[in-house]
Design a binder for this molecule. Structure first.
Ligand SMILES: [Zn+2]
Length: 325
């Protein structure tokens, strides 16, 4: 199995952020056309990518200082979404769950969150049709004092738009050392039971396996983003296995954020040994100047297991939040 044969394999993508999937050249063009005010010390020619392990998660997030400044019009949102789908197509991805936090789109464009969500859904559906890739949207909120408030705003927009089918789930992301307001967990649970939205939580990326337990028990997580720290706890791995909760393993991202240290083995080997369900995902491939195929390849280098790659598409289908794929 080589990179070329991997690229041709049918794939599903269950953990990718819209802004991290857009080609860097496209971002540069939009930044220029919108005359964005670039933060001091940000060098657009290099700082839109993370190619070496970052000093910290904050460092890894540097490209978002500029990514969150665009798009300032509908046409550029279309260009962003189309670039994302073009990259998926080149990687033989046949279904995708795209994450986005939407609220920044509303404030950048001076439109309501309802409208921003409507724009994004229309663009995703248009690109899905054009590129023949099944697609769903996962709404992301970040950990912080406003998490619950933002979640409520997004859910209200989802309701106002008549529960669009394109929206398939909710995601909690951001600094795991910050606890969101305590009502947040309940809001996730409520959205799951009332609207049938599925839940994925970024947890255990920065070493804390208790966050994985919390994500499952308190937030009702159906999947866990990264979850690398699960390997440190037999109990948490048992919980994942018993409840059939799938980890979204992102091999390249994990190295670049230092979720997995340079001289450590990737914990996916421990997950394999303990029958913990997982899928391979790419997180922010364009930021890494990479693609899901490179993540497959990295996985192969880490584990030497071709069989897992051969079975991956079935696993991705099984754990996808999309219906009937
Ligand atoms: Zn992520």
């Amino acid at each position: 199995m080589n990179l070329d044969s991997i690229r041709k394999m049918n794939k599903g993508e269950l953990h990718v952020h819209l802004n991290g999937l857009v080609s860097t050249e496209t971002i540069k063009k939009i930044v220029q056309s919108e005359s964005c005010e670039i933060p001091k010390n940000f060098d657009v020619s290099v700082d839109l990518n993370v190619l070496r392990p970052a000093q910290s998660l904050v460092d890894y997030l540097l490209p978002w200082q500029v990514l969150r400044l665009i798009p300032k019009n509908r046409g550029n949102l279309r260009i962003i979404v189309e670039s994302a789908f073009e990259n998926l197509k080149a990687d033989s991805v046949s279904f995708v769950e795209i994450r986005n936090s939407v609220i920044y789109l509303a404030s950048l464009n001076n439109i309501s969150v309802d409208n921003a969500l409507f724009w994004l859904i229309e663009e995703i559906e248009g690109a899905s049709h054009k590129y023949q890739i099944r697609a769903g949207l996962i709404l992301t909120v970040s950990r912080g004092i406003h998490t619950n408030e933002h979640l409520k705003i997004l859910l209200q927009a989802y309701k106002n738009l008549g529960f669009p089918k394109c929206v398939i789930g909710l995601d909690l992301a951001g600094n795991e050392d910050i606890d969101p307001p305590k009502e947040t967990a309940q809001s996730f649970m409520k959205a799951k039971s009332e609207y049938g939205l599925k839940i994925t939580i970024h947890a255990g990326e920065t070493g804390n396996y208790e966050n994985i337990r919390k994500a499952i028990i308190e937030f009702g997580a159906d999947r866990i983003g990264h979850g690398t720290a699960a390997s440190k706890s037999d109990e948490v791995m048992g919980l994942l296995k018993d409840r059939d909760i799938c980890l979204e393993v992102c091999p390249i991202s994990n190295r670049l954020t230092k979720a997995v240290g340079e001289y450590e083995d990737h914990p996916v080997k421990i997950f394999i040994a303990n029958d913990v369900p997982f899928v391979i995902c790419s997180d922010n491939p364009a930021i890494h100047a990479s693609s899901l195929s490179f993540d497959y390849y990295r996985f192969l280098c880490e584990t030497n297991s071709e069989q897992h790659l051969k079975d991956m598409y079935l696993h991705q289908k099984k754990y996808s939040f999309l219906e009937r794929i």
